[in-house]
Design a protein around this ligand. Structure first.
Ligand code: NCD
Length: 359
């Protein structure tokens, strides 16, 4: 089955059956990698990383290399023409001419959506600021599928920086499309989940509860998704210092958890999981990274199946004004058209960053 979407800006760009097909393919590749060693022979992946990365970039690269394809790209935009002031539009137009698929990570929210407006080849969002991170979610759902045997009726605790953690936003969006999941949101009052993510849960067959303490929440969880406090997204170091070190998963807290609970973490870990916990059988965060590579292999195969190089048609603005979110890609790339969808009353939602503005 060929996937309908050209780009993956969020994992919900895939339908349920497409997602299940990618999960199935990832499993098949993991069991018999040699069958796929030539699947992308002659194809080139570009990894354009405007922000630091270890796992995501390397797993994209190893995924393409293991499929018989090759890779180009940068992990420090200061070594590319970006340092000379080149726009995202121009970089994407040029790199899209050289390659067959692009994975992009950028600190601005909505950057991947902006790239997709100009790219002749599929764009995969490898993280856009504090917004979304669909291939981490693919990694997470493959891990859950294998470790829990299901993606529905799970009680999932998400702990840490729920405001800025893009992996949390993407994971909730996808898991809300399955029935009966309950999200236990564990954060300080300053780092709670954005309202638009809560609205997605409210509109779904899932539910959420906010619990301020990890020890209070842990006994009921099937899954605990730990995250680091996103230092680079704070406006001051003092603010970060006030937030970090609040939630630490250690052996004592693990004693309160179910024997069947699984711990996931997108990594990198800072200090939110004590190293002792790594030796607990319930810790799955290192296995998770390996599942992620197979997930990316499956996704690349699916996106390249029957893909034709074609520049998208020009997109015109829907409204004559700009998004007010200073972290939105439209605030730095001024040529981008303002595109909003109406959300009732005077409320508009930015297509790039999901930011809300009143007219
Ligand atoms: C995450 C990211 O970049 O959002 N890392 C990753 O891709 N595995 C999580 C994080 O940086 O905290």
């Amino acid at each position: 089955m060929k996937v309908k979407t050209k780009n993956v800006l969020d994992l919900t760009d895939l339908s349920h059956s497409e997602l299940m097909e990618v999960i199935r393919l990832a499993d098949e590749i993991r069991k018999k990698p040699s069958d796929y060693a030539d699947s992308c022979r002659g194809k080139i992946l570009a990894t354009l990383f405007y922000e630091p990365s270890t796992r995501t970039q390397m797993s994209f690269q190893t995924a393409m290399l293991r499929l018989g394809g090759t890779i180009i790209g940068f992990d420090n935009p200061q070594n590319s023409s970006v340092a000379k002031g080149e726009s995202l539009k121009d970089t994407i137009t040029v790199v899209g001419g050289y390659t067959d698929i692009i994975a992009i990570r950028n600190p601005m929210e909505g950057a991947a959506a902006a790239a997709a407006m100009y790219s002749p080849v599929p764009i995969v969002n490898a993280g856009d600021g504090g917004h979304l991170h669909p291939t981490q979610t693919l990694t997470d759902v493959i891990t859950l599928h294998n470790e829990m045997g299901r993606l529905d009726n799970l009680t999932i605790g998400l702990c840490g920086d729920l405001k800025n953690g893009r992996t949390v936003h993407s994971l909730i969006k996808t898991m809300s499309t399955f029935k009966g999941n309950k999200f236990i949101l564990i954060s300080t009052p300053e780092l709670t989940i954005p309202q638009y993510i809560k609205d997605i849960i409210i509109a779904s067959d899932c539910s959420y509860e906010e619990i301020p303490g990890l020890a209070d929440a842990i006994p009921q969880l099937d899954v605990l998704y730990m995250t680091r406090i996103q230092r680079e997204r704070f406006s001051s170091e003092e603010e970060y210092q006030r937030q970090h070190g609040v939630f630490i998963l250690d052996k004592a807290k693990m004693k309160l958890a179910k024997k069947s609970m699984r711990i996931l973490h997108p990594l990198p870990r800072v200090d939110e999981i004590d190293v002792e916990v790594d030796y607990d059988d319930r810790a799955k965060y290192f296995e998770q990274t390996v599942y992620g590579m197979y997930g990316r292999m499956a996704l690349i195969i699916k996106l390249l199946e029957g893909s034709v190089k074609e520049f998208p048609p020009r997109v015109m603005p829907t409204h004559p004004f700009r998004c007010k979110n200073p972290k939105c890609i439209t605030s730095s790339e001024k040529y981008l058209p303002g595109i909003f969808r109406e959300a009732g009353g005077d409320m508009l939602i930015c297509k790039y960053c999901d930011g809300r503005r009143l007219i």
